[in-house]
Design a protein around this ligand. Structure first.
Ligand SMILES: O=P(O)(O)O[C@H]1O[C@H](CO)[C@@H](O)[C@H]1O
Length: 370
């Protein structure tokens, strides 16, 4: 097997991108996309390959004997539509693992942005699931994303929080990045709270401000990439989901009111987020272009999660913590360059305000449904 490996914390290495977890002698290596950081699980036709991507049984097995012309490193490449990576039944299995393991059917799902893991630390009576121990779950590879799922209660509501999300630049296809949103749905989640760290492009934004997302510009979508690409399973949602009004207006209005009650109204904005592929930060020309398109904050996440959540009819609330101001003029000043250390430091400084905003909003949702 050619290599793209991630330490799994036990001192052993885990193949990144091989969601299938099969390592039973002949299959370990058949399905990972080691020819590239992206993955291709459409490879083994043997019976053991019934995990995620196992729905692809019948496709050519690409072990060395099966290699044909057009192969790379002796392995034939058969692209798999993203939606086939995690069939409904596999998502169901993961959801069962979590609901049975926690004894809960959470109503609210939270995705913690970079450095915002403390949103999960305030959950009461937490049941913690390390990603590595959840069947068919990817691993977190980015600093500031611990890699655990925390299930418990917050302000009386049942919640599940991802302390660590998956990003496209880690090498995961978008459908894999947002697969946990479908798991949340099958666990019973009705509301998705997606949070992120982002660079502020709107000149009115200051570092530490919070931008409530009311819309997005999907740059990866402009380039033809979508977590919904491939055959549609109507058990999740429709073939052509509409995305106008994706960001729940009532929740945005409630969050604005909460911001006022917290005395931070001047630090709260409503705006448009855009996700780029990363992992590089943007050039000045790209930032200027995004600003011209009406983008207020830029990051490398969230949009595909929101698309997946809206596809399965979840209510979405999302915000960006502005961790850095994006320069839109050329300058030699090093301190105007974005860096992940600064992103993490700002997120740490502002975690209290972010936690309070989330807690209070969850309290309102809970009281309204009680
Ligand atoms: O979007 P989250 O996960 O908060 O993280 C943001 O921070 C990282 C860059 O510093 C990127 O991963 C970007 O997307």
């Amino acid at each position: 097997m050619t290599g793209y490996k991630v330490a799994n914390g036990n001192g052993t290495a885990k193949t990144n991108g091989n969601s299938n977890g099969h390592s039973n002698g002949h299959c370990n290596g058949h399905k990972s996309a080691d020819y590239t950081a992206q993955e291709n699980p459409t490879m083994c036709s043997r019976d053991c390959c019934s995990g995620p991507g196992g729905s692809n049984r019948g496709n050519t097995c690409t072990d060395k004997k099966g290699a044909k012309a057009g192969s790379l490193n002796g392995e034939k490449i058969i692209p798999t539509p993203q939606s086939l990576l995690y069939p409904y039944e596999v998502i169901e299995e993961i959801a069962d693992f979590i609901t049975k393991g926690s004894g809960m059917r959470p109503k609210i799902g939270i995705i913690c942005g970079s450095g915002l893991g403390s949103l999960a630390d305030i959950i009461q009576d937490p049941k913690i699931f390390e990603y590595e121990k959840i069947p068919n779950f990817p691993v977190s590879t980015v600093e500031g994303h611990a890699g655990r799922l925390v299930v418990g209660t917050l302000e009386g509501a049942t919640v599940m929080a991802m302390q660590g999300r998956f990003h496209f630049y880690e090498g995961y296809p978008l459908a894999k990045c947002s697969m946990p949103v479908r798991v949340m749905k099958l666990c019973g989640v009705e509301y998705l709270f997606a949070t992120n760290a982002a660079g502020g492009i709107n000149p009115r934004f200051a570092v530490g401000d919070i931008m409530l997302m009311h819309d997005h510009v999907n740059m990866l979508g402009f380039a033809g990439n979508s977590p919904l690409q491939g055959p549609n399973d109507p058990r999740f949602g429709p073939r052509f989901p509409a995305l106008v009004n994706s960001y729940n207006k009532d929740l945005i209005n409630k969050a604005i009111e909460i911001g006022k009650a917290m005395g931070i109204e001047s630090n709260i904005h409503v705006g448009v987020y855009s996700c780029l592929g990363g992992p590089n930060y943007e050039t000045i020309a790209e930032l200027k272009a995004l600003r011209m398109m009406g983008v207020d904050a830029v990051g490398m996440s969230t949009v595909h999660e929101v698309i997946t959540a809206r596809h399965c009819d979840m209510k979405v609330f999302a915000f960006s913590l502005i961790t850095n101001k994006c320069a839109t003029e050329y300058s030699d000043k090093k301190d105007e360059e974005a860096n992940h250390e600064e992103v993490m430091a700002v997120a740490k400084n502002r975690q209290k305000a972010c936690c309070e905003l989330v807690s209070r909003l969850i309290r309102e949702i809970h009281l309204a449904s009680a």
